[in-house]
Design a protein around this ligand. Structure first.
Ligand SMILES: NC(=O)C1=CN([C@@H]2O[C@H](COP(=O)(O)OP(=O)(O)OC[C@H]3O[C@@H](n4cnc5c(N)ncnc54)[C@H](OP(=O)(O)O)[C@@H]3O)[C@@H](O)[C@H]2O)C=CC1
Ligand SMILES: Cc1cn([C@H]2C[C@H](O)[C@@H](COP(=O)(O)OP(=O)(O)O[C@H]3O[C@@H](C)C(=O)[C@@H](O)[C@H]3O)O2)c(=O)[nH]c1=O
Length: 294
């Protein structure tokens, strides 16, 4: 099976390259903006800026993959509020180009989406929950989903939550690494207790994507961790695991902790469908953290 990945330099992208380049049944084409930040391996790399419509059509036509996994996005939620045009161009327009190129090449599309399409009033959510985004990042990711679901493609959407993990030359950190690095420097941290998430190990998300693509399973799938935790609880678990000073962590809530973009309070995704249909089995946070150090 020939698979093309967008955003292969990213946290999920790098794990997808790792998992598929070790699979002898897969002919992998990794693409991302700029040079390849991963080590060479059993895959081809192509520089592809997905906001360039012509390049998207050229590359997908050239390789005509059986499946495309579209991970590239503007993932800095706060930056999306301040750079709406860039955010729309990358999260919506680029998805349109990917959808249209995949329709021409008749390839299966797995599009990666987020819990931030929900308002967080009554999470955790299953695949049938009503979206209602409360920040611009979430709005663009919902619009991108609609481009996929209204296409003529055989498509799947994998929604995920608060992805954590260690990757090479990362363009952004994630909550577990951020807590670990700051506690190791002796820095005091304030973590909220009024948000609920189902944190997702990047390797588990990649495995879930593999299960969907291998079976060309169609529809919306929640692919996240299956533990509901607050960011405060995640920080405590991280401190305990690495034997760092928990006294540096203080519990706060939305009344004293503000971010540029509004965050949905109670999200988290229910993963029963992935478990039942595709045998998906995510790791608990403690187990997930233990592989970061390898
Ligand atoms: N991280 C999370 O907590 C969550 C992520 N998601 C979704 O998962 C997907 C992957 O997220 P994640 O791996 O964490 O994100 P990252 O930000 O780690 O990776 C995104 C990748 O896309 C690349 N990229 C940016 N602009 C372009 C472009 N114009 N053309 C091609 N590539 C580009 C980035 O390149 P560069 O490295 O050079 O910036 C980066 O490597 C996204 O669709 C995101 O919305 C959903 C829920 C949670
Ligand atoms: C930085 C910081 C975060 N937090 C909490 C609030 C926040 O919701 C949570 C996660 O931190 P961040 O703001 O870095 O992560 P955030 O930008 O909310 O992560 C989001 O990324 C996008 C791509 C997604 O799709 C979402 O699923 C989600 O993972 O941790 C604190 O409590 N204290 C802090 O100092």
């Amino acid at each position: 099976m020939k698979i093309l990945i967008t955003g292969s330099n990213g946290l999920l992208g790098q794990k997808l390259v790792e998992i598929f380049s070790n699979d002898s049944n897969v002919d992998l084409i990794a693409t991302s903006r700029g040079g390849n930040r991963l080590n060479e391996g059993n895959y081809a790399y192509h520089d592809l800026d997905v906001t360039k419509e012509e390049d998207v059509h050229k590359i997908i036509n050239q390789y005509s993959p059986h499946a495309v996994i579209h991970t590239a996005a503007m993932t800095n939620v706060d930056k999306c509020e301040d750079e709406k045009d860039n955010c729309y161009d990358l999260n919506v327009n680029a998805t349109k180009y990917i959808v249209e190129a995949c329709e021409k090449a008749s390839c299966f599309l797995l599009h990666i989406s987020t819990d931030f399409i929900f308002d967080g009033n009554n999470g955790p959510y299953d695949e049938n929950a009503e979206p209602n985004p409360i920040n611009y990042y979430g709005e663009t990711k919902l619009e991108a989903e609609k481009l996929v679901t209204s296409s003529t493609l055989n498509w799947a959407i994998a929604r995920t939550v608060l992805v954590y993990g260690q990757a090479q030359d990362m363009s952004r950190s994630n909550i577990i690494l951020w807590v670990k690095d700051n506690l190791e420097k002796g820095k005091a941290l304030k973590l909220v207790t009024d948000q609920l998430r189902s944190p997702t190990l990047a390797e588990d998300l990649a495995q879930g994507c593999k299960l969907i693509v291998e079976q060309k399973a169609e529809g919306i799938f929640n692919v996240s961790g299956d533990e509901l935790l607050t960011p405060y609880e995640m920080a405590i678990i991280t401190a305990d695991f690495f034997k760092l000073d928990k006294n540096l962590i203080s519990a706060v809530d939305g009344s004293t902790f503000q971010q540029r973009a509004a965050r949905p309070l109670k999200t988290g995704l229910l993963v029963d469908k992935m478990k039942k249909l595709l045998g998906y089995q995510p790791r608990k946070l403690n187990e997930g953290i233990s592989i970061l150090t390898k």
